[in-house]
Ligand binder design. Structure first.
Ligand SMILES: Nc1ncnc2c1ncn2[C@@H]1O[C@H](COP(=O)(O)OP(=O)(O)OP(=O)(O)O)[C@@H](O)[C@H]1O
Ligand SMILES: [Mg+2]
Length: 328
């Protein structure tokens, strides 16, 4: 059998600390993660688990109060953390593109859809004429499902619906043909019908987009539908990774199990259940399993330190001392 292709991105021991009034916040506590070529990797976890911070490390767009960023982010063999600012800017516009949760914050209200698109295209292909760039933009708008694309080129962001604005953002990201597309909660600002359409659009991308996608979401059901692989984050740690169907059908970490139970148990008013207890304090040191305080299976060993993200069969990994015993 042929060797499996090397992953597009290999993240090793990624640590990010930031200064806060209460002390150093340990926002990412040593992440190890691969993003496979042409694969869609879903990242899930409660609010505050570090999902957006992981995305910002890949783009190297960091807050001013970051005091430590160490480890490796090898992208096709190049460690992004070692690149200078100019090289990183170039990388961002060409090889990595990002779709944000709220398209209004990323679109300039003073510019038309057409100028947003030509701007991105000409930064990527400086020799292209404005006319050719516009034609490329129009084609991409059509491909992301915007009807009458040639008319939309002249529209301003506020003249479009939320779903259309999100499609414009997706078009702007895809038009540079990135190797990695990062989508941070791209559907949470949309209503359920539009959300379904955008998910269908991502699903359709599998056919004509050869890059990898990092898809951040709160919504396990959505990730199950769309993604190939899954990464479950908790308190700045990765607690479980693996092929999405395997992880969701037989979780190897109690936190994944608890997240799944929340999606299944909906109360009488249609609200999702939540896991009892509070998310960890990022300022606290990591001297026990990060999930132990909320874990139904916590035992003495769980208080001895954070368990490593160990292989758990079939391309899977889990960070739980008791996985084999309690998650079988
Ligand atoms: N620059 C920073 N300074 C201080 N704390 C930070 C900084 N960046 C992130 N944090 C904290 O780190 C934790 C993780 O934040 P992050 O935004 O990555 O979480 P998230 O998983 O994306 O959450 P959400 O689902 O709400 O978007 C949060 O507790 C956040 O307050
Ligand atoms: Mg976030």
């Amino acid at each position: 059998m042929a060797e499996p292709a090397k992953p597009l991105v290999e993240i090793r021991n990624l640590v990010l600390d930031a200064a806060t009034e209460r002390g150093e916040a340990h926002v990412l506590r040593g992440l190890d993660l691969d993003i496979g070529r042409g694969r869609i990797l879903g990242v899930v976890g409660e609010s505050g688990s570090g999902k957006s911070t992981l995305a910002s490390c890949l783009l190297r767009l960091l807050a001013g109060n970051v005091t430590r960023l160490t480890g490796e982010i090898r992208f096709d063999g190049t460690d992004l953390l070692q690149l200078g600012p100019a090289a990183m800017r170039d990388w961002r516009g060409r090889r990595i593109a990002m779709i944000f949760q709220d398209p209004m914050t990323a679109l300039n209200p003073l510019f038309t859809v057409g100028s947003h698109l030509t701007d991105v295209v000409r930064r990527r292909y400086p020799k292209l004429s404005r006319r050719a760039a516009l034609a490329k933009g129009e084609d991409m708008l059509t491909r992301v499902g915007i009807p009458d694309a040639h008319l939309r080129l002249a529209a301003y962001p506020h003249q479009l619906s939320g779903g259309m604005r999100q499609r414009v953002m997706i078009a702007m990201a895809l038009i540079v043909e990135p190797d990695l597309l990062i989508a941070d909660e791209p559907t949470t600002a949309l209503d359920a019908t539009i959300e379904a359409q955008i998910v269908a659009l991502f699903d359709g991308l599998r056919r004509d987009f050869s890059g990898s996608i990092l898809f951040i979401s709160h919504h396990l059901g959505l990730v199950a539908e769309l993604c190939d692989d899954l990464c479950v984050m908790y308190g700045g740690c990765i607690v479980e990774t693996g092929p999405v169907a395997a992880v969701l059908s037989r979780p190897r970490h109690p936190y994944t199990r608890a997240l799944l139970d929340c999606e299944i148990v909906v109360d009488g008013e249609g609200r999702l259940a939540s896991i009892p207890g509070d998310v960890p304090d990022p300022v606290a040191p990591l001297d026990a399993c990060i999930f132990a305080p909320r874990c139904a299976h916590a035992a003495a060993i769980c208080l001895t330190g954070m368990p490593p993200l160990d292989p758990a069969g079939e391309g899977r990994r889990a960070a739980c001392f008791r996985s084999a015993e309690v998650m079988a």
